[in-house]
Design a protein around this ligand. Structure first.
Ligand SMILES: Nc1ncnc2c1ncn2[C@@H]1O[C@H](COP(=O)(O)OP(=O)(O)OP(=O)(O)O)[C@@H](O)[C@H]1O
Ligand SMILES: [Mg+2]
Length: 366
């Protein structure tokens, strides 16, 4: 690997605090709150989810009742928390916010449930990380608006039934597959949030630019959108970095040139790959001829932990069709060569139509 290339990710070593990471940074909550759409009509993209949710909420309002329980599933940064708040706003109801990991004991959940007002929205983030006893209590609460509070221990323990006011549970999860079916089945409506189209992210950038009082032209917004990995949170974050650049290095107006130069400084390329992504792809292509190569070998080559490569870099590379995971190891797709601006080898091992010879798997396979 040549000198200018990847030599460990520094601050991004464990994959946190990446400019293109989908999770929220620790100091991001205030600015995120300021940029959240407040009503359904302001929520950009996800047309199906919006249409369906609109029906669920309108019908509940017409009946003067509470809405069915809603499960929001989707990758980080796609708008689950935002939608939960919109649900409360649209219903004109208060919202109580908690999360699976915050509920250690069934008693914690009982305390929350018993203090809800009628019609209140209970937002349970990371619902897949709730403890089993709490989960079981939740089943009954969702279905019958009732919980059994256990008083005492051992043979003398008694269950005291407690009536709950009707409420709407809004659960959010990045891992819908991890939810036990009985829990999943108790939601009346499940919204699957998809990654956003570039045109939708452009709208997100324009909207946020307006709120942040930054001037952006159409091409500038498109440039930021194209690098945002289908994720509004990343679009907003990139916009903030480009705004800094425009302010310090130019007249404050964001156009294509400024956006491109700014994101060049942060090493986020035209497709949204950062240093780590390109290091993984570069090693795969340049050192291993496109693979197949085992995850451990690839990780050593880029100087990262296996987990960082597998969980931080690879998901996006796979989604973009640049890298594939095969039983023999990782392979680069033809698009990887194109993206790195390299000529595809005539017999690229990574080409799905020309798998590597048997020797290759023995050498590098897991
Ligand atoms: N459809 C949208 N339109 C405009 N902005 C959006 C949209 N979806 C998300 N955002 C913005 O993206 C940011 C992240 O959204 P949000 O916090 O709702 O994501 P999340 O799905 O809850 O993520 P996590 O899984 O990490 O909790 C917010 O600042 C929000 O304003
Ligand atoms: Mg959230």
């Amino acid at each position: 690997m040549s000198g200018e290339e990847y030599a460990g990710a520094g601050a991004a070593d464990d994959g946190t605090d990446r400019l293109v990471g989908p999770e929220a940074d620790s100091d991001e909550s205030a600015v995120e709150a300021a940029l959240r759409p407040k009503e359904l009509s302001e929520f950009i993209g996800q047309p199906k989810v919006r249409e369906q949710l609109d029906l669920v909420l309108k019908a509940a309002r017409q009946r003067h009742g509470t809405a069915d329980h809603v499960l929001l599933s989707g990758a980080p940064g796609l708008g689950k928390t935002t939608l939960s708040m919109i649900i409360a706003a649209e219903m004109g109801a208060p919202i109580r916010i908690t999360s699976g990991p915050a509920i250690q004991h069934a008693g914690d959940l009982a305390a929350i449930l018993s203090s809800l007002q009628e019609g209140e929205i209970l937002f349970l983030d990371e619902i897949h990380r709730m403890s089993r006893p709490a989960e079981e209590m939740l089943y009954m609460a969702m279905e019958d608006f009732r919980v059994d509070v256990i008083v005492g221990k051992g043979p003398g323990a008694t269950a005291i039934p407690l009536e709950l006011p009707p409420f709407t549970l809004v659960g959010a999860t990045t891992r819908a597959g991890l939810l036990p079916p009985p829990l999943r089945d108790r939601f009346g409506f499940t919204a699957h949030m998809e990654f956003y189209e570039p045109a939708e992210l452009e709208q997100v950038v324009h909207r946020s630019a307006r709120l942040l009082e930054v001037r952006t032209d159409a091409e500038g917004a498109a440039e930021i959108a194209g690098r945002s990995r289908g994720t509004p949170r990343i679009a907003n974050r990139l916009l903030r970095r480009v705004r800094d650049y425009a302010q310090v290095k130019a007249d404050g107006v964001i156009d294509r040139e400024i956006a491109s130069r700014a994101l060049g400084v942060y090493e986020v390329d035209e497709r949204g790959l950062d240093r780590l992504d390109r290091a993984v792809l570069g090693a795969l292509v340049k050192l291993f001829g496109g693979g197949p190569v085992g995850l451990s070998t690839l990780s050593v080559a880029v100087g990262e932990e296996r987990e960082t490569v597998e969980e931080v870099a690879e998901p996006f590379l796979v989604r973009e069709g640049l890298l594939a995971r095969t039983p023999r190891g990782r392979i680069a797709t033809p698009a990887a060569w194109d993206h790195l601006g390299m000529a595809r080898p005539p017999q690229a091992h990574g080409r799905p139509d020309s798998p590597a010879g048997p020797g290759q798997a023995g050498l590098f396979g897991e």
